[in-house]
Write a protein that binds this ligand. Structure first.
Ligand code: FES
Ligand code: FES
Length: 179
């Protein structure tokens, strides 16, 4: 339980006051160099330093999946990773999914299949789904369920989310075979 004063937001980032350390990494195709608080999580680095608010802050305990990003090809909870552990890494956040203002096929299918309501879980769901489809373009229902097992949704139930991912997989395969 948080012991902050009532007026303080428990999720507000508080600098540890330790000497800053250099961090170099790539986020959504862009090279980033910053001096950071060594105690800062990757989630805070993305939201507080880079202002990439698409990555959501839920439990901060690795339980909800709202903060999921792709790090070196794997879906990871950014609240459990120190930013400094991402030294040299390639990170993709939900902001990196659309290209030239056009939503990715996966994003389009989430909308079409009603895979979101409040949308809070959606960035994390999308990143877990993208990591799956990047390594397995033709997943089974069970493989989709396993890939999003760490992502909680309180709104839609999971059926429409699973349908959206399967349908995106199909469209991506078709797009690939049509050149
Ligand atoms: S905020 Fe990271 S898993 Fe919940
Ligand atoms: S759409 Fe609201 S939590 Fe998933």
């Amino acid at each position: 339980m948080c012991d902050h004063e009532v007026k303080t937001n428990c999720f507000e980032y508080i600098d540890s006051q330790m000497p800053p350390v250099p961090l170099e990494l790539n986020v959504n195709g862009e090279s980033i160099y910053e001096l950071i608080d060594p105690a800062m999580t990757l989630l805070d680095f993305l939201r507080v330093s880079l202002k990439l608010f698409g990555t959501k802050e839920g439990c901060r305990e690795g339980e909800c999946g709202a903060c999921t990003v792709i790090m070196n090809g794997r879906a990871v909870p950014s609240c459990l990773i120190l930013a400094i552990e991402a030294q040299g890494a390639d990170i993709i956040t939900v902001e990196g999914l659309s290209k030239n203002g056009e939503l990715s096929i996966l994003q389009q299918e989430f909308i079409k299949e009603d895979g979101l309501q409040c949308g809070f879980c959606t960035p994390g769901m999308l990143m877990s789904a993208k990591a799956l489809l990047d390594r397995n373009p033709n997943p089974t229902v069970d493989e989709v369920k396993e890939a999003i097992a760490g992502n909680l949704c309180r709104c839609t139930g999971y059926k429409s989310i699973i349908n959206a991912i399967l349908s995106a997989a199909k469209r991506e395969r078709e797009a690939l075979s049509n050149g």
